[in-house]
Design a protein. Structure first.
Length: 317
């Protein structure tokens, strides 16, 4: 549950307290429908990793955006898993179910014009007491827009959606329109965060996510999604001189399940892991506004995704 706000220390933000709105908005859907891309567009900065590989997001990630008198607290959830009942997938599914039960509004994301059994399984988790907005994502990929109207009418038969919103997360006007739609469903109450905050996740967490994103992007479909990243060391050093950036030293371990996967991650003469490290470091330096030293290792932990205790030790709920 979200902690109760501290009324005395809330930011004024130039908005009268009695006109403020604030609430939780869950973004849910099956794997790889564009939830993380939508979250990043709503927040205005990358805080959730994206990849063509399904099931990239594994944690409940909170993004914050304050627009005018309204503060939106977005929760990006893992895609609900129906194929494999591993300890990891059970953990991911608990995260989804937990998120949708304590919010003010749900954004149910499906690909525009598509609806299959996996989408229906996620939709079945949503009760009728919380308003649900249908987000028909990836609108820019739809070739025949005229077919969307009958599809949207069909979707209304699956659930009493309060709004039907076709959009492309790449279109700023669509994102601006979505804010206006969502605003009226959030309660009038003081903001929970400062006006300029973007996420409640730590830099250490974001570092592991960025490394994992580069890992999946540079290995394609070869590497099983069960591979993960564990931060072993995260140390900060203040600037020695005025005008210099702080220094952040990060040591991370990429955990895979087989020796063959380890060789795949390392690549020929270590070229692939070097590239993973370089691309992750460059992005982290922009994200943290710091000088980053990143050290990567690869370890084999066979069967970790089926081991409840190891799943928890790697930071999953």
């Amino acid at each position: 549950m979200m902690p109760s706000p501290d009324l005395e220390n809330l930011p004024s933000g130039g908005v009268q307290a009695n006109s403020k709105r604030c609430g939780l908005v869950a973004i849910v859907g099956k794997p790889n429908v564009g939830k993380s891309t939508l979250l990043n567009a709503l927040v205005g900065q990358k805080i959730s990793i994206t990849s063509r590989k399904a099931q990239t997001t594994r944690h409940r990630i909170t993004g914050i955006r304050t627009v005018g008198p309204t503060q939106f607290v977005f929760v990006d959830t893992p895609g609900f898993q129906t194929r494999h009942a591993s300890a990891l997938n059970r953990s991911l599914n608990r995260t989804v179910v937990g998120a949708v039960g304590e919010v003010d509004l749900v954004l149910f994301v499906v690909e525009a014009g598509q609806f299959n059994q996996a989408d229906e399984k996620v939709l079945s988790l949503l009760g009728r007491s919380i308003p649900v907005v249908l987000i028909a994502s990836k609108l820019d990929m739809v070739k025949q827009r005229a077919q969307l109207a009958p599809w949207l009418q069909q979707m209304q038969q699956h659930h009493p959606f309060v709004e039907l919103v076709p959009l492309s997360a790449k279109n700023p006007r669509d994102i601006e329109r979505l804010f206006k739609i969502c605003e009226k469903y959030l309660p009038q109450q003081p903001w929970w965060y400062a006006e300029d905050e973007l996420t409640d996740r730590s830099e250490k967490f974001l570092a592991s996510e960025i490394v994992r994103e580069k890992l999946f992007r540079l290995t394609g479909d070869e590497l099983p999604y069960t591979s993960t990243v564990v931060i072993e060391k995260f140390e900060e050093q203040a600037p020695l001189k005025k005008g210099q950036k702080r220094l952040v030293r990060i040591a991370a371990t990429i955990v895979v399940e087989r020796d063959g996967h380890k060789a795949m991650v390392i690549g020929d003469k270590g070229e692939r892991i070097k590239r993973i490290g370089t691309e992750a470091r460059i992005e982290l330096e922009k994200l943290m506004d710091a000088k980053v030293f990143l050290e990567l290792w690869v370890k084999v932990r066979s069967g970790w995704a089926d081991d409840e205790s190891r799943v928890k030790s790697f930071g999953y709920e």
